[in-house]
Design a protein around this ligand. Structure first.
Ligand SMILES: *[C@@H]1O[C@H](CO)[C@@H](O)[C@H](O)[C@H]1NC(C)=O
Ligand SMILES: *[C@@H]1O[C@H](CO)[C@@H](O)[C@H](O)[C@H]1NC(C)=O
Ligand SMILES: *[C@@H]1O[C@H](CO)[C@@H](O)[C@H](O)[C@H]1NC(C)=O
Length: 623
C-alpha cells in the first residue's frame, strides 16, 4: 500500500523508458558508486512493481543482450530467483539502509552500513571473563572428521565437455561442443562439481578415520540455474542415504545455502506459497534423526534447520545453526526497511542451548555452514552472534564452518581494538571443500581431547587432481598437520590445544615469516590453482583471520569483484564478442574469488556481472 503511494501509476509510467531493457541498461551504466546504485534501484523497483513476470522478463532480456551468460543460464537463474529480488524491491525504499545493503551485497557499489546496535538478550550474567587455556591432561585424543561443500552433481557425465562456457561444466548440455574440447574424467575437474564417485571415494576414507563426523553443508551442485525443488529433495535424500550406507557412525550436519530451491531461498516466513522452505527443514529433520533424536528432529523443523545434540559417549553438546539467515545472498533478508535483529530466532535458539550446556556443565561445539565473520555475512547478525560467543566463549571448545571452500580460520577477540594473543577468545575452523571447483578435494580429521573437547591437531587429507592416477582412483593423502606445520613457529607446548591464542600466534608468525604465509596460501586450495598473494593480499588475508565479526574483516566491496571469479570470468568474457575491449582486473586474493565459488550463477552473480561489465568495458554500445 505504502509503496503504491510512493510510486503511483503515472510516475511509474514516466519511468517507462527506464523499465525497458535499453533504459535499464543505461541505468546500469550510470551505477558506478553507492549513490548511483541507489538511483538504479528506483527503476528496478518500478519494474518490480509491474509484477514478477514483467521483472523476470525484462531482466532476462537484459542478461541476454549483454551476453552475461549463455541464454539458458540467464533464463534459469533469473526465473528462479528474480521474483524474490522483486519482492524485496517492492518492500523497501530505494534510498534506505536496506537498499544500501542490497547495493553492497549484490553490486559491490556501497560499503556495508554501520552495525545497527542491538544487545542480544542473555538469560544469566556471565561468569567472570577469566580466560584460561584448557590444557590437555594428555589423554589419548579421539578423531572427528569434518567435511564440507560436497556439491555432488548427479548429472555429471564423464566424457562430456569440461571446458564449456557455463559456470558449471561436465554435463551433457544441449549446446555443448561436439566433440568435447576437454573430456571430463571420471573423478572430477576444476570447472565442475563433484561426481558421485568422488563423494563415494571420500566417504570410504572417512570411515577409516572417524569416531563420528561433522558435515557443514552444501549437498547440492551449483548449476543453480537448473536446480529445482525435486532435484534438491532427491539430492538430499540420496546423500543422506549414502552417508548412512558408507559410515558406521553418526554424522552431524548443518544446512547450506545450496540446500534449498531456488538456491539461497530461506524466507523469513517459511510458508510463503511457492517459495516455502519448510519442506527442507521437514526433510532434513527426518533424515538427520538417523543420527540425532526426536527432540533434534523437532528443533530442525521449528528452528529453521537448527538443532542441538550431545555427541555419543561425550559431555559435548553440538549446536548446529542455520547461518543462511545471515547470508547476503538470501534476498528474503532485504524485504523490509525495518531491521529484524534475529531472523527466525536462530540467535535466541543458540543462546538457550548454550545456557542449557552451561547449566549442565557441558562443553560445546557450534557448527554451521557460513562462517559469521566472512564477507558473505551481514554485519548486523555477525555482530550479534559474536556477542553470544563473548558471553559463552569459555564453554565453546570450537566453531566449525564451511562455505568458503578454503582451508582457513577466523579468530574472535574480547577486544577487537586490541587484537592479540591475550584477547583471542575463540576460533572458527573453516573446512576445505570436496568439490574440485575450488582446489584439490579435501577433508579434515581433528584430534580431539577427550576431556576438554579442544582440538589438539587438525590434519587435512586431499587427493591431487594432477596425479596421473587420479581419474582411475583418487589417492587420498595426508596433506599437512596444523600442529606439525605451525607448532614449531610459535613454540607450542605439547599439552596446549590449537585454540584461539595459538591461532593468533600463527597470524603473527605469518606476518614475520613470508615462507610460512605462502605455504598457508598454497594450503588454502590444497595446492590446486593457487592464486598469488602479494603484500596487500597478505594484509587483507591476515585481517580476515583476525575477524570473527564481519565488521572487522577489512573486506572492501568493489564493483564487479564482488562475485568475480577471474578464471571463470575470462572464459565467459572471451565468449562475449565485441562488447568487451579490456581484460578484467585480476581478483585481489582469496576473498575476491569467494563469491562465485560459493554462490554459483544465481541472480546475485548475474547482477554483479551487470555492474562488472560496465566497470570493465566503460561506455559501450549494446546493440
Ligand atoms: C527439475 O530438475 C530436474 C533436473 O534438472 C529435471 O529433470 C526435472 O524435470 C525438473 N522438474 C521440474 C518440475 O521442473
Ligand atoms: C535428545 O538429546 C538431547 C541432548 O542430546 C536431550 O536433551 C533430549 O532429551 C533427547 N531427546 C530424546 C527424545 O531422547
Ligand atoms: C619460516 O617458516 C618456514 C616454513 O614454515 C620454516 O621452515 C622456517 O623455519 C621459518 N623461519 C623462522 C625464522 O621461523
Amino acid at each position: 500500500m505504502y509503496l503504491r503511494v510512493l510510486f503511483p501509476l503515472p510516475i511509474l509510467l514516466s519511468f517507462a523508458s527506464a523499465l525497458k531493457p535499453d533504459g535499464l541498461i543505461s541505468a546500469f551504466k550510470n551505477a558506478v558508486d553507492c549513490d548511483s546504485c541507489h538511483a538504479l534501484l528506483v527503476p528496478l523497483k518500478g519494474l518490480a512493481e509491474l509484477g514478477d513476470s514483467a521483472f523476470v522478463k525484462t531482466m532476462v532480456e537484459v542478461c541476454k543482450v549483454l551476453k552475461l551468460e549463455d541464454d539458458d543460464v540467464c533464463v534459469g537463474g533469473i526465473t528462479e530467483q528474480g521474483p524474490i529480488l522483486a519482492h524485496a524491491l517492492r518492500g523497501i525504499s530505494p534510498l534506505g539502509t536496506t537498499a544500501t545493503k542490497l547495493c553492497e551485497g549484490t553490486f559491490g557499489l556501497c560499503q556495508p552500513p554501520a552495525v545497527n546496535p542491538y544487545t542480544v538478550p542473555l538469560p544469566a550474567p556471565g561468569p567472570p571473563a577469566a580466560r584460561k587455556q584448557s590444557v590437555s591432561a594428555g589423554k589419548t585424543p579421539f578423531q572427528v572428521v569434518h567435511f564440507s561443500d560436497v556439491h555432488i552433481d548427479r548429472e555429471y557425465v564423464a566424457g562430456s565437455d569440461a571446458n564449456c562456457k557455463k559456470p558449471i561444466c561436465c554435463r551433457d548440455f544441449a549446446d555443448e561442443a561436439k566433440p568435447p574440447i576437454e573430456p571430463a574424467g571420471a573423478f572430477g575437474n576444476p570447472n565442475c562439481d563433484s561426481p558421485v564417485g568422488l563423494a563415494k571415494s571420500m566417504l570410504e576414507q572417512i570411515s577409516a578415520h572417524h569416531t563420528w563426523s561433522i558435515f557443514t553443508g552444501d549437498v547440492v551442485e551449483a548449476a543453480v540455474w537448473l536446480v529445482n525443488k525435486s532435484e534438491v529433495t532427491h539430492d538430499i535424500r540420496r546423500f543422506n542415504h549414502e552417508l548412512v550406507a558408507a559410515l558406521n557412525a553418526p554424522v552431524f550436519p548443518a544446512i547450506g545455502n545450496h540446500d534449498s530451491a531456488p538456491v539461497n531461498n530461506f524466507p523469513l516466513d517459511a510458508t510463503v506459497g511457492y517459495f516455502d522452505a519448510q519442506w527442507v527443514f521437514d526433510l532434513e529433520g527426518k533424515q538427520w534423526a538417523h543420527w540425532t533424536n526426536r527432540t533434534a528432529k523437532r528443533e530442525v523443523k521449528h528452528f529453521s534447520g537448527s538443532y542441538s545434540i550431545t555427541a555419543p559417549g561425550t559431555n559435548l553438546r553440538i549446536i548446529s545453526l542455520n547461518t543462511v539467515y545471515w547470508y547476503k545472498q538470501n534476498f528474503w533478508l532485504y524485504e523490509s526497511d525495518t531491521p529484524e535483529a534475529d531472523p527466525r530466532e536462530i540467535l535466541a535458539f543458540m543462546v538457550s542451548e548454550l545456557q542449557a550446556a552451561e547449566d549442565a556443565g557441558q562443553r560445546v561445539w557450534i557448527i554451521g555452514h557460513m562462517p559469521p565473520g566472512c564477507e558473505d555475512a551481514l554485519s548486523d547478525q555477525s555482530n550479534y552472534y559474536d556477542q553470544i560467543v563473548q558471553r559463552y566463549h569459555s564453554i565453546i571448545a570450537g566453531q566449525f564452518f564451511g562455505h568458503t571452500h578454503y582451508d582457513e580460520f577466523e579468530i574472535a577477540y574480547s577486544n577487537y581494538e586490541a587484537r592479540g594473543a591475550d584477547t583471542a577468545v575463540n576460533v572458527a575452523w573453516i573446512a576445505p571443500a570436496l568439490t574440485p571447483r575450488s582446489g584439490n578435494p579435501a577433508f579434515r580429521v581433528y584430534d580431539v581431547d577427550p576431556e576438554t573437547y579442544e582440538i589438539m591437531d587438525s590434519k587435512v587429507y586431499s587427493a591431487d587432481l594432477k596425479n596421473p592416477e587420479y581419474q582411475t582412483k583418487p589417492e587420498w593423502k595426508l596433506y599437512y598437520s596444523a600442529r606439525a606445520e605451525y607448532g614449531p613457529l610459535v613454540d607450542l607446548a605439547p599439552t596446549a590445544p590449537l585454540d584461539a591464542r595459538f591461532w593468533h600466534d600463527v597470524t603473527e608468525a605469518f606476518e614475520r615469516n613470508e615462507t610460512a604465509f605462502q605455504r598457508y596460501n598454497t594450503f588454502l586450495t590444497r595446492g590446486g590453482h593457487v592464486a598469488p598473494c602479494d603484500a596487500a593480499c597478505k594484509k587483507a588475508a591476515i585481517c580476515q583471520m583476525r575477524a570473527a565479526r564481519a565488521q572487522d574483516n577489512c573486506h572492501v566491496a568493489k564493483p564487479g569483484t564482488t562475485f568475480g571469479d577471474t578464471e571463470r570470468d575470462q572464459v565467459v568474457m572471451t565468449g562475449t564478442g565485441s562488447s568487451t575491449t579490456t581484460t578484467p582486473a585480476p581478483a585481489s586474493g582469496p576473498s575476491a574469488r569467494q563469491h562465485a565459488q560459493c554462490e554459483g550463477a544465481g541472480i546475485g552473480y548475474l547482477l554483479s556481472q551487470f555492474s562488472r561489465k560496465v566497470a570493465i568495458a566503460g561506455p559501450v554500445r549494446f546493440e
